[in-house]
Design a protein around this ligand. Structure first.
Ligand SMILES: NC(=O)c1ccc[n+]([C@@H]2O[C@H](COP(=O)([O-])OP(=O)(O)OC[C@H]3O[C@@H](n4cnc5c(N)ncnc54)[C@H](O)[C@@H]3O)[C@@H](O)[C@H]2O)c1
Length: 263
């Protein structure tokens, strides 16, 4: 499905990262992979990605303009790429517990939006000259953009902004046939998610209240991301694709489906 495609994956920090599931799935579909990560994970990512023989490994802190510029230069050195996967988010840990007002600061709000949203636009702007026409960009988002998720707090407005950004970028990039979409993943216990209070409870609850009563896997998220980066999705842009075992489609949950079926 991705044979001959060069895909840059930004935001892998461990084997539990969604980006790892994406990389593993895409490798399975014969993509040629490149990576960008924060400096403190460079050695780990170098080792982890070795089996995939990456075409590049860049170090980038997306809060720094010069790092984003260097990322684009590193991409240019490898020739053109076909797709970018943006799998980055950050909010100060104290902003991810209690109500949204509890520890809210201007700085925390700005940081969440800078790292989790602006970075998508900035990386797209910098790398676009080095992308092939008819390529694809995919960002990772979450249901907290449009529904209240306790403890998600400032990341909710950040993901709403990210999804809006996806649509505006789809418009800009559409002239070159480059598609921009988001995958809205169900909750997964990743390094970033472990900063969210009561994550364990949320995983159990979501699995029991979803039409498919299971926790989503990074492989499932990776497969959907691979689809959105492939020519199979050539008519899809500006879209948010839920990969959450259907949880987003539920209204009121009185019984879990197992209880309903047996009552
Ligand atoms: N885990 C979930 O439940 C879940 C659900 C839906 C969406 N997502 C989204 O998936 C994406 C990946 O998150 P994850 O859950 O795999 O966690 P993760 O911790 O594995 O990945 C987050 C990545 O963001 C990177 N990052 C943070 N600040 C950065 C900066 N300044 N510059 C460069 N990189 C930076 C980290 O290094 C890390 O690699 C995020 O956008 C997240 O919001 C996660």
């Amino acid at each position: 499905m991705l044979k001959g495609k060069k895909v840059l994956i930004i935001g892998m920090m461990s084997e539990r990262s969604i980006a790892y599931g994406v990389a593993d799935a895409m490798h399975g579909f014969d993509a040629n992979l490149g990576f960008s990560c924060m400096a403190r994970f460079e050695e780990r990512i170098k080792k982890m990605s070795q089996p995939w023989s990456p075409f590049m490994l860049n170090v980038c802190d997306v809060s720094k303009d010069e790092d984003i510029e260097k990322l684009a230069q590193d991409v240019a050195k490898t020739g053109k790429i076909d797709a970018i996967v943006h799998s980055i988010a950050f909010a100060p840990r104290d902003h991810l517990e209690g109500g949204i007002l509890k520890n809210l600061t201007r700085e925390g709000f700005q940081t969440a939006h800078d790292i989790s949203v602006y970075s998508l636009a900035a990386v797209t702007k910098a790398c676009l000259p080095y992308m092939n026409d008819h390529g694809a960009i995919v960002a990772l988002t979450y249901l907290g953009s449009s529904k209240i998720i306790p403890n998600y707090n400032v990341m909710g407005p950040a993901k709403a902004s990210l999804e809006s950004m996806v649509r505006y970028l789809a418009y800009d990039c559409g002239t070159r046939g480059i598609r921009v979409n988001a995958v809205s993943a169900g909750p997964v216990r990743t390094p970033a998610a472990s900063g969210i209070k009561n994550m364990g409870k949320m995983l159990t609850r979501v699995a029991s209240c979803s039409p498919i009563q299971q926790t989503i896997t990074t492989t499932q998220i990776g497969n959907a991301t691979a689809f959105l980066c492939s020519d199979l999705s050539s008519g899809i842009t500006g879209e948010v694709l839920f990969v959450d075992n259907g949880y987003h489609a539920m209204g009121v949950v009185t019984d879990t489906l197992t209880e309903a079926a047996t009552s």
